[in-house]
Design a protein around this ligand. Structure first.
Ligand SMILES: [Zn+2]
Length: 127
């Protein structure tokens, strides 16, 4: 078994990684090639990112978080205003799509950072 040198004390925090959508080890290199495709390796530190796949985890987190936040807001607006149904459909579609697309990259970066920290088998080893 290979000893992996994780300098966790120097690693950026989870919130910083998610906010910057950056490499989980150095926090400087971009995590993605494109919108959601994980880069093969970090351009700043050379960490192999090929083994990191967050799967459906970030989407599930967003479904729960945004459902918890948006549904009460939609119900409150529906009870306190006289918006027509078509306006609700337009507004809440835009709100949900905007929040989902805006939070998907940070959520995926956070899940990959958690994998990097806690799944040592995929952290630094090439596949
Ligand atoms: Zn890096």
């Amino acid at each position: 078994m290979t000893e992996i040198d994780h300098d966790d004390a120097a690693a950026p925090g989870l919130a910083a990684i998610a906010w910057r959508v950056a490499c989980p080890r150095c926090g400087r290199g971009p995590l993605f090639d494109g919108f959601l495709a994980v880069a093969p390796e970090c351009r700043a530190c050379g960490l192999s990112l090929a083994g990191h796949d967050s799967g459906d985890g970030p989407a599930v987190f967003l479904i729960f978080i945004l459902g918890f936040l948006v549904t009460p807001a939609a119900l409150w607006v529906g009870m306190t205003t006289a918006w027509p149904l078509w306006l609700h459909a337009v507004v809440w579609t835009v709100v949900v799509l905007g929040l989902t697309l805006g939070m998907l990259r940070p959520a995926k970066a956070a899940v990959i950072a958690l994998q990097y920290r806690h799944r040592r088998d995929v952290s630094d080893e090439p596949l």
